[in-house]
Write a protein that binds this ligand. Structure first.
Ligand code: ZN
Length: 149
């Protein structure tokens, strides 16, 4: 059993190496073929995706939530004044109420622009740019009311 599995892994790796090399040598052809295929089978592909999502809805949603929580923890820890997620003003540590604050305002505009995956994944993808801090929902609202940003 174990031996069979090992052989399969090696074969897969060889196949992957070959595919990678082939795709590298035929990059443009490959891209054009993929584009045409997707165009010709658009409805079929979408139907399969919908079917897959429907069949695995709970698992996919749980995975997505888990991934989001992981991103949130990483990003909030990075922007916190301590090594763990904490509000910069009142020191609340409840992850459910902590959020990323745009230090100089403009948060609403930015959120509208980057879409639904959220600020946490955006910050991670953009190598943690400066200008952000961690605030709890209360401090964030107070800041908005008192300072207008
Ligand atoms: Zn706070």
């Amino acid at each position: 059993m174990r031996r069979g599995k090992l052989v399969k892994t090696i074969m897969l790796t060889e196949r992957q190496k070959y595919d990678r090399q082939y795709n590298q040598q035929h990059k443009e052809e490959r891209r054009e073929y993929d584009r045409k295929y997707k165009q010709q089978h658009r409805e079929e592909i979408l139907a399969k995706k919908r079917q897959y999502y429907k069949a695995n809805k709970a698992r996919l949603n749980a995975l997505s939530k888990e991934k989001y929580q992981q991103y949130k923890l990483e990003v909030l820890s990075y922007y916190s004044v301590k090594s763990y997620p904490i509000c910069a003003r009142c020191e609340v540590t409840d992850m459910d109420v902590l959020c990323i604050d745009h230090i100089n305002g403009g948060g609403h505009k930015h959120r509208t622009k980057i879409g639904c995956w959220g600020i946490c994944s955006w910050l991670k993808r953009n190598n943690y740019p400066e200008g952000y801090q961690v605030l709890c929902a209360n401090c964030n609202l107070k800041k908005h009311i008192r300072e207008g940003k």
